[in-house]
Design a protein around this ligand. Sequence first.
Ligand code: EPS
Length: 385
Amino acid sequence: MSLIYRTAGESHGPALVAVLEGIPSGLPLTPEDIDTDLARRQLGYGRGGRMKIEKDRVVVKSGLRHGQTLGSPLTLEIPNLDFPNWSEDRMAVWEPSGDVDPITLPRPGHADLAGMLKYETDDLRNILERASARETAARVAAGGVAKALLRRYGTAIRSHVVRIGPEAWTPAEQPVLSDFAGVDESPVRCLDPEASSRMREAIKTAGQSHDTLGGVFEIVAFDPIPGLGSHVSGDRRLDGRLGAAMLGIQAIKGVEIGAGFELGRIPGSEAHDEIYHDDARGYHRRTNRSGGLEGGMTHGGPLVVRAVMKPISTLSRPLASVDILTKEDRPAFKERSDICAVPAAAVVAEAEVAFVLAQALVEKFGGDSIGQLDAAVERYREQLA
Ligand code: EPS
């Protein structure tokens, strides 16, 4: 059995839910393993009014007893505290008591228009409620469980923002684990204080001009077990699986692993990470242009993934659109939204990277209980030593 998750839930519906299957029995979990990341996802300069309403906390509905997983499907629910404001009319689950105006002005860049054509609706709310990035709260909850599993085997996952709109900051050297200690204190989750202020200003300026901003973030997984993923088939290469996981996040339009697109510019003599060995460290590298993956497998060095998020498509000064009922030219509709959610997207991407690694871990080592998994990992580590 491999490890899978599914989410369900609408942005202004009763709740968001994640169901995970394949977590071995006996994994200890605490509420903090999930709630800490849920709270981190709500942060970041440039979020909208919704984040003042929601206090995302997990309610576990199945799969856990006395703080340990049972090996059965784990159901994680995050109630939408805003739902009572929508439950009678716009998001009534059953027939509403009065009329509800449909939304008919699709936003360029959003799922609205393609979704309306595909799902045969003339109320765009039927599409946008699920397309909303509010869904990522459920992914982060699932990622909290994956992180707890990985932590047991010494892997830690961190993220930082390296660009917001025109303002960029790239560290001179690949950051180490301790560099991330204060990253959540930055209003934009950037490791450099001076760049943080520039990024914050850029968001403020965008907000003042009724605009939105995207950006770039980087995820680093420290000390992955070597040999996760496989070179033998395309769908088992971790590069592809991580790419798909990143591009499956709302508004993500590009992904790089390690030096990424830069590798197209430099010669082979500068593009690879030379191999060394000593007794203390075993095999190691002095550079990490591969981003920790060779042949689609972890080699044990830090796994580095970067992704770009496009600017949010809900604009308070809307772009040109067409009314889907009358076909008249009209500005797109406005909905309460964020100016910039790149810092939050980085937290979501941590969860996705964690899930891909946890999946690869469970595939490689198997076992239905955590004791069986521990024993298999231990045997493998002895083989590597
Ligand atoms: C939210 C993400 C954004 C917010 C949403 C909450 O979703 P979207 O992708 O639809 O812009 O706008 O909040 C609201 C929909 C609202 O009512 O303010 C999130 O990350 O929780």
